[in-house]
Design a protein around this ligand. Structure first.
Ligand SMILES: N[C@@H](CCC[C@H](N)C(=O)O)C(=O)O
Length: 284
């Protein structure tokens, strides 16, 4: 089985091309591939399957069209089947989608420029820039209320934000570089029955934030694209703003989030670093 390895601001992924839709990915196979000692090592797996060969993806694309989403006519040809490092499925991955788009273009499976990709969060438009950056239309983030994260004895208030997947974005005055994110922070399971990605962030300047994240199904990662959108929304609220461009500094680099009236855009790098073969026994 072929694989490609890539990352977006150090949030890293194993891409598994599945051109005939025959790959039955088990939780343990994903966890094995993502293991940093016994596998390839990654924060997640991106299975690339033609939309038409995945009933799940066909349904998502149809629903998006019915809801009036401007799915490009020949577009949305590929489904990004995203899995976290522990093997769990998630709806959306912002860094992963940039890397996925880069892979499709490099592999000759999509034309450079702009195209649509099906994700579990809906159809997302991607645009490859000329400088190596990729921009994704992430849709309209929804603020659903407030909740609290706990780190040891410390509590952090935050906003419950849906970016296709669930987030709790907590702005704090305590420098986030000092926080211990080595263990799962506490959260209210009644608010997040499916788990949550938790961002802790400092507003450090004019539309600039520093963020760390503890991802559902992964642990602390150097970056989370959907998390940066949630962070920008939380920082914007604090500043009494709702639109504009925020720079989000994560341990793995810099991402740009533009909040618009009806949508949000995420821009950042997407790099492919290796390719190879996985022995079939490793996927069994
Ligand atoms: N790293 C991702 C988010 C991946 C999914 C997340 N862990 C979840 O379970 O929702 C990103 O870049 O957005």
């Amino acid at each position: 089985m072929r694989f490609v390895k890539g990352h977006g601001t150090q949030n890293d992924f194993v891409i598994l091309p599945d051109p005939d839709g025959s790959l039955d990915l088990h939780v343990s196979a994903v966890a094995g591939l993502c293991d940093r000692r016994t596998g390839i090592g990654a924060d997640g797996v991106l299975r690339a399957v033609p939309t038409k060969l995945s009933p799940e993806a066909v349904e998502i694309a149809d629903r998006a069209r019915e809801a009036g989403a401007p799915v490009s006519p020949g577009g949305a040809e590929w489904f990004m089947d995203y899995r976290n490092a522990d093997g769990s499925m998630a709806e959306m991955c912002g860094n992963g989608l940039r890397v996925f788009a880069r892979y499709l273009v490099d592999a000759g499976l999509a034309d450079p420029g702009e195209f649509d990709v099906v994700t579990r969060a809906g159809v997302r438009r991607v645009r490859l820039g000329t400088e190596g950056d990729v921009t994704i239309d992430m849709g309209m983030p929804r603020v659903l209320g407030e909740s609290r994260a706990t780190l040891g004895v410390d509590e952090y208030d935050g906003l419950v934000i849906d970016v296709g997947n669930p987030h709790l974005a907590c702005v704090t005055g305590e420098p986030v570089g000092r926080l211990d994110l080595s263990a799962q922070p506490g959260f209210d399971p009644a608010v997040f029955p499916q788990g949550v990605n938790i961002e802790l962030l400092n507003a450090v300047g004019e539309r600039r934030v520093v963020m760390r994240v503890y991802e559902r199904g992964c642990g602390e990662t150097p970056s989370c694209g959907t998390g940066t959108v949630a962070a920008a929304v939380a920082a914007a609220r604090l500043a009494g703003e709702s639109v504009g461009t925020w720079t989000v500094e994560v341990p793995g680099g810099l991402l740009t989030v533009t909040l618009e009236e009806n949508t949000s855009l995420l821009t950042g790098p997407a790099v492919l670093v290796a390719a190879g073969d996985i022995p079939p026994a490793h996927l069994a």
